[in-house]
Design a binder for this molecule. Structure first.
Ligand code: GLA
Ligand code: ZN
Length: 681
């Protein structure tokens, strides 16, 4: 179970943080006072400053110019608005790229990226690291004691545009990383299986990053390169955070992710104090809010369940999709409440004032091109006021900031499994690790069951149900912990090629899944994959992508067999076994919601976990627990029609929202609205 610390993500601001990225360098100083006046009217209490200010702060190497930043910090301070001050290192100035050719990252074809965008630096470049750290130190020292400073913002969306660099600097560091991982070349040759295709290495210098070659590369080498790049990006964050801790003690540190596979972000726990996420679900995509729910739980999970920060979202449309749909009235408010429901202590946007130039000139903003007298700004302002009434000093839910989500179900997310299963060739290109994990999360969402997303290294204590779908790569230590969890009374559900390979990417022999399959009372000799012919079903429902061909032991209950006239008929697709005091389920395939929700309901019943509300799938429900022992139940209606929800437990009273509880204790919500209920835990 995640730790419950009940500390607000940013204790220096009262209540929920409201505001956004503020890029005043794009405007003449004559707009700054107007900005701050409008911010105050809109309930803004925090802005993120300086994300892309490096070239202005350091116009030439070593010459700092903080004059504009000084004025802005003063103006914001006088306006009572706190600052999340960015280190500004996400886009180095052109002079740096020109003077130091080691900065430009290299792609898999050995081509250097050109300057002119952002994040165009190699995370290991000595020049980039020296220059960026000098800037962080100078900024840190200058503003450490500034009354406006509430939070440090390391870099910006690390590894968003670039997830790997293959330059010679990285190559040299990779060799060192390997030497410390394996000790000697013999061990590396064994772990990478270099007996294959004459790949044996006789000196460290022969090892190069995974650059494009004639055919497929070594899978274990690729996996290790992902791990090495992950450490490189994490070290980048660690480096900046370390400087800030030294020169600006006591100020919390965050970093914001757009979330990519560039690093194992669970390893940011302990590096930053609060993790931030930039959420951009597509308003035109059906149920994109469910994807956001997954991302919110994942962000919270990355830092062991602490309140996190919604650092960015679009007030309306973004500019970077082929089609950028606007958010219709009410949607921004609903999706903001969703972040709060999942444990965020903030509702922040990209960005305050809409740009008129530059590549984001068509991105929506809190203060749109139309100005303050506009539908969009009115919604921003109304929600800012609402949040102040809700969570401010004298608000109706003063304990909201710093409250935690308490879940009895956990979902394991393994970056190693993700990285490994991205390798091609693979048994099927349709093996989509995050999609499979998300399917199971979606199912819990439809069943209104809160869930923590945890790393394979996290403790399983306190959970009744652990889900480990598609855990393709797993070490023996994790498998035995899962075994103990079940034997001590827990319910485990796993499958879809789980535990096929160990931590070195080596296939387990003698039956796929090793001890995990034995725990589940099954034997898997073979798998098959979906082909365009399709037509495979399980328990009467269509199944996809991957088929573990399961032979169930005598005592193991078969929940569904494959059918559909193919030779798979007769093999089990889903099973349930007793092991010790608990239950171990295996679902060997990607099932649609029609079957998956029934399977999940079975697992939940075995674990004794109920949904929070009885309601249809367009209703979302989440619960936060405050330091003073109050439960806050958020109920959101994502549907187009009126939504009804009945809490499954008693004693709730409506504390916020337009919904009404009728005599049957049922809540009625108009489309795109939310309500908050509370009770003593
Ligand atoms: C990201 C960045 C912002 C901005 C937005 C636009 O999240 O952090 O600087 O580019 O995208 O959606
Ligand atoms: Zn590099």
């Amino acid at each position: 179970m995640h730790a419950r610390t009940f500390a607000p993500a940013v204790g220096l601001v009262d209540g929920i943080l409201y505001g956004g990225d503020y890029n005043p360098e794009q405007w003449s100083p004559s707009t700054w006072k107007e900005d701050i006046g409008l911010m105050k009217e809109a309930g803004v209490n925090l802005v993120t400053l300086g994300v892309f200010s490096w070239a202005i702060l350091e116009p030439s190497e070593g010459e700092y110019d903080f004059s504009r930043m000084d004025i802005l910090m003063e103006l914001l301070s006088a306006g009572g608005i706190k600052v999340d001050l960015a280190t500004g290192t996400a886009a180095q100035p052109a002079w740096a790229s020109v003077a130091y050719t080691d900065i430009a990252p290299m792609d898999e074809r050995g081509m250097r990226f050109s300057h002119g965008s952002r994040q165009s630096y190699c995370p290991n470049s000595p020049s980039y690291l020296r220059l960026s750290r000098a800037l962080v130190e100078a900024l840190g020292k200058r503003y450490a004691a500034h009354p406006a400073l509430a939070l440090w913002h390391v870099n910006n969306e690390v590894a968003c545009h670039l997830q790997a660099c293959t330059c010679d600097t990285c190559a040299a560091l990779f060799r060192k990383w390997l030497a410390s991982r394996y000790g000697g070349l013999e061990r590396l040759n064994e772990a990478w299986g270099t007996a294959f295709w004459s790949q044996r290495y006789s000196s460290w210098e022969e090892i190069v990053p995974p650059r494009v070659s004639t055919a497929s590369l070594n899978p274990a080498a690729r996996l290790d390169y992902r791990r090495f790049m992950s450490d490189s990006f994490l070290d980048l964050v660690r480096g900046e955070a370390g400087i800030l801790r030294r020169v600006s003690p006591g100020i919390p540190i965050t970093t914001n992710l757009m979330w990519t596979d560039g690093a194992d972000w669970f390893r940011l726990d302990g590096v930053v104090d609060a993790l931030a996420y930039d959420s951009y679900p597509d308003p035109s995509e059906k149920e994109s809010w469910r994807w956001a729910a997954y991302m919110f739980d994942l962000t919270r999970g990355h830092l062991g369940g602490k309140p996190w920060l919604l650092m960015e979202q679009a007030p309306s449309q973004v500019n970077w999709r082929p089609l950028n749909a606007a958010k219709k009235p009410g949607l921004m408010r609903l999706w903001s409440s969703q972040a709060l429901a999942h444990g965020s202590d903030s509702v922040l946007f990209f960005q305050w004032r809409a740009s008129v130039r530059g590549s984001e000139q068509f991105h929506s903003a809190m203060l749109p091109h139309a100005g303050a007298s506009s539908r969009r700004h009115a919604e921003v302002k109304a929600f800012g006021m609402e949040l102040a009434r809700l969570s401010g000093k004298n608000g109706s839910l003063p304990g909201l900031a710093g409250s935690v989500v308490s879940a009895r179900a956990a979902l394991i997310n393994s970056y190693d499994s993700w990285w490994f299963s991205q390798y091609r060739p693979f048994p099927t290109d349709a093996y989509d690790y995050q999609r499979f994990v998300r399917d199971w999360h979606d199912s819990l969402s439809r069943l209104h069951v809160p869930v923590d997303i945890i790393s394979p290294r996290d403790s399983l204590d306190g959970y009744g149900l652990v889900l480990a779908p598609a855990l393709f790569l797993a070490d023996e230590e994790l498998l035995s912990r899962l075994g103990s969890f079940v034997k001590d009374g827990g319910t485990l559900a796993t499958g879809i090629g789980a535990a096929m390979v160990d931590e070195e990417g080596k296939v387990r022999t003698g039956g796929y899944g090793g001890q995990l399959a034995r725990l589940c009372g099954i034997h898997i000799q073979e798998y098959d994959v979906e082909t365009p012919r399709g037509g495979v079903t399980a328990g009467g429902y269509p199944v996809h992508a991957w088929f573990d061909l399961i032979e169930a032991a005598k005592e193991t209950e078969v929940l569904a067999f494959y059918e559909g006239g193919s030779w798979l008929a007769g093999f089990a697709a889903a099973t349930k076994a007793k092991a010790g005091k608990g239950n171990a389920y295996w679902l060997g395939t990607r099932a649609e919601s029609s079957y998956l929700d029934a399977f999940m309901a079975d697992c939940l019943a075995a674990a004794g976990i109920e949904g929070l509300v009885a309601a249809g799938p367009d209703i979302e429900a989440c619960v936060r627990l405050t330091a003073s022992g109050e439960e806050l139940l958020f109920v959101m209606n994502h549907g187009e029609g009126e939504g009804r929800a009945r809490p499954v437990t008693k004693g709730w009273k409506l504390v916020h929202g337009p919904g009404v509880i009728d005599e049957g204790e049922e809540l009625a919500l108009t489309p795109l609205t939310f309500a908050v209920l509370s009770r003593r835990a």
